[in-house]
Design a protein around this ligand. Structure first.
Ligand SMILES: O=P(O)(O)O[C@H]1[C@H](O)[C@@H](OP(=O)(O)O)[C@H](OP(=O)(O)O)[C@@H](OP(=O)(O)O)[C@H]1O
Ligand SMILES: Nc1ncnc2c1ncn2[C@@H]1O[C@H](COP(=O)(O)OP(=O)(O)O)[C@@H](O)[C@H]1O
Length: 438
């Protein structure tokens, strides 16, 4: 897949390229136009079967995005990085929530590139309409615009910092990605439409392009949010090929690996102080439940404002069940609602034309519920979801082998479903939830 098909700001085509691509496609571009183990260096192996926030890292979402990762260039190296060989390992995502106006001074920032908590989004669009503050749930428009810039408190438990902006009420802006835009456009006519965020087109602001979409948290009151990244693989086959042909060990990924597991890098990688992207992603997959269950927990934000993103080593079924139970506060009815929604999603995925002919990599299921009992699950993040060549389809539930482009999405969904089902059964004593109950 070409570089422009990727979602992160650092890999995206950039505003100029994006603009000219849209121009070429005859699309409008005015600001009003509704216009991301332990592998030795060895061969690949198929995978086995209004916030009262507690202290969490705060960051300011800026148009520039997070810091860019420095790749170690071949000229930096004295030795060939990983002998051109790669093995299996794994990757992440993000979360959001409603909030209030803050002054510029209230906003903290840090140096990480990955978001892991409550963030403050800068408001980019202004319709000029002013509503009384008591009518505004998601954010408050301050009349003292010159003193306070409108900001939206949000929770982004994973994914890249700088990827989101606040927009008109009920919507958010995500940094433009050609790939994700194409997915949203195709999803408009697909059966999956009710399960993905509403797409409102591309918006250009201050020389940058964004995808405008519905803020899924807007109708929740102090929502609990969980991001589960789906699938057995979190990187594209092309990333593997590229790393094999031209390995670029990265120091930032090496550091992230060492932070979790000092023994993660091979002696060679320790010497280089760098690991390649697929190597890192495969390692992440193996450390977490991606390889063994086809999904993993990325982050959680609870109604009390507390956030957790330390799930890199959450791998066993028991640990995941514990996290889910804590997430729903032991409320069996929430689990039942989630099971119901998962059943609908599963049924729809089985008939969706879009799903049939796309490799779905790095996409997440966003679980949201609040104290009213409302519980929803949404399919988000299509930055690395890629169309297959004409006539090719995927089954999404067979093991991945390089070249078959399988993603293990349905296998993961099945495992996730059964895990929630087992919680439901436990929570309700001898009551057994079956599909006909849902
Ligand atoms: O979760 P951690 O361990 O921080 O690793 C991250 C996630 O896997 C990101 O995926 P996501 O955005 O889905 O969370 C991925 O971005 P891509 O999705 O672009 O692959 C990052 O790659 P780099 O951005 O290349 O560092 C990778 O460093
Ligand atoms: N439409 C949305 N409504 C509410 N929150 C969202 C929406 N889209 C994304 N998010 C939040 O932002 C996070 C990052 O989204 P994602 O699309 O995965 O970004 P990235 O491409 O940077 O990984 C998600 O985990 C979720 O919390």
């Amino acid at each position: 897949m070409p570089k422009e098909c990727r979602r992160k700001s650092s890999k995206d085509p950039g505003p100029d390229r994006a603009r000219s691509e849209r121009r070429a496609a005859g699309k409008p571009s005015s600001s009003s136009s509704v216009c991301d183990e332990l592998a030795q260096a060895a061969a690949l192996v198929a995978p086995p079967p209004a916030m009262h926030a507690l202290p969490v890292p705060q960051v300011t979402i800026t148009p520039e995005g997070g810091g860019s990762a420095r790749e170690i260039l071949p000229e930096d190296l004295t030795q060939h990085p990983v002998d051109g060989l790669l093995s299996r390992k794994l990757s992440s995502s993000s979360l959001s929530s409603a909030g209030s106006v803050e002054s510029e001074d209230d906003v903290l920032s840090d140096n990480e590139t990955k978001s892991k908590g409550i963030v403050t989004l800068e408001h980019l669009l202004d319709t000029g309409e002013v509503k009384p503050w008591w009518k505004l749930k998601t954010y408050i428009r301050s009349p003292l615009n010159t003193i306070y810039r409108r900001k939206l408190n949000w929770v982004q438990l994973a994914g890249h910092k700088g990827n989101f902006k606040a927009a008109d009420e009920g919507t958010i802006l995500k940094k433009f990605s050609e790939n994700e835009m194409q997915c949203f456009e195709k999803l408009r006519d697909d059966e999956l439409r009710p399960f993905v965020p509403g797409y409102h087109g591309v918006v250009e602001k201050d020389g940058e392009s964004f995808l405008q979409m519905t803020d899924l948290l807007v109708n929740f009151d102090h929502p609990n949010v969980m991001d589960c990244k789906m699938g057995v693989r979190t990187y594209l086959e092309e990333e593997l090929v590229r790393a094999r042909e031209r390995p670029k060990p990265r120091e930032d990924l090496y550091r992230k690996m060492v932070e979790v597991d000092e023994g993660g890098p091979t002696p060679e990688e320790h010497r280089q102080r760098g690991v390649t992207k697929p190597r890192y992603m495969q390692w992440r997959e193996t450390m977490s439940s991606t390889n063994t269950l086809g999904f993993r927990i990325e982050g959680i934000k609870k109604h009390d404002g507390s956030c957790r993103t330390d799930f890199k080593k959450t791998r066993s079924k028991q640990d995941i069940i514990k996290v889910f139970k804590d997430f729903v506060g032991g409320d069996a009815s929430i689990i039942k609602s989630y099971l119901h929604r998962l059943t609908e999603i599963r049924q729809t995925l089985n008939t969706s034309e879009f799903f049939k002919c796309h490799e779905v990599i790095g996409s997440s299921l966003l679980f949201i519920h609040d104290s009213t009992g409302k519980a929803q699950i949404w399919i988000i993040d299509f930055g690395k979801t890629t169309g297959l060549p004409e006539g090719q389809t995927l089954s999404h539930d067979v093991p991945w082998q390089e070249g078959n482009r399988e993603d293990g999405y349905l296998w993961g969904l099945e495992n996730l479903f059964h895990m929630l089902e087992s919680i439901s059964n436990e929570e309700t004593g001898c009551f057994v939830t079956t599909e006909s109950d849902l």
